[in-house]
Unconditional design. Structure first.
Length: 124
C-alpha cells in the first residue's frame, strides 16, 4: 500500500512538471554569439560594427525575454566598443548602466570608469 502511494506521488509530480509552460529564454542575445565570434576571428572595423549593432539590437529587444532585462555584460561590452572607438563619454554612460543593472559588476565598472577618467586627465 505504501509503495502505491509513493508511485502515485511520483506520477503526479511527473505529470505536473510536464504541464509547466516555457516562456522563452531568460535573456535575449539576438545574434550576439555569432557576431562576437566573427569579430574575434576577423578583427576589423566592419566586424566590430556588426557586433555593436548586434548588442544594440539585443538591448532594444530585451523586453521580449523572461527577465525583461538586458543580458549581463551587454552594456559593459557596448561601452568597451565605444571606448575603443574613442568615445569615452558613451563608454562611461554604458558602464554606469551595467553597474546599475547588475550591482555585482560595480567593482569592475568603477575601475573602468576610473581608468577613463585618468586617461582624460593625462590628455589634458
Amino acid at each position: 500500500m505504501k509503495n502505491k502511494i509513493k508511485y502515485l506521488y511520483v506520477i503526479g509530480a511527473v505529470l505536473f512538471s510536464g504541464c509547466s509552460q516555457h516562456n522563452g529564454a531568460l535573456y535575449n542575445y539576438e545574434d550576439y554569439s555569432d557576431d562576437y565570434y566573427a569579430m574575434k576571428k576577423n578583427m576589423s572595423e566592419e566586424s566590430s560594427l556588426e557586433l555593436q549593432k548586434s548588442i544594440e539590437l539585443s538591448i532594444q529587444n530585451s523586453q521580449n525575454s523572461r527577465s525583461k532585462r538586458v543580458p549581463p555584460g551587454m552594456y559593459a561590452n557596448l561601452g568597451y566598443i565605444y571606448l575603443k572607438s574613442s568615445r569615452p563619454k558613451e563608454a562611461v554612460s554604458y558602464f554606469i548602466k551595467e553597474k546599475s543593472t547588475y550591482p555585482e559588476s560595480a567593482y569592475f565598472m568603477d575601475r573602468m570608469i576610473n581608468k577613463i577618467g585618468a586617461m582624460q586627465k593625462d590628455v589634458k
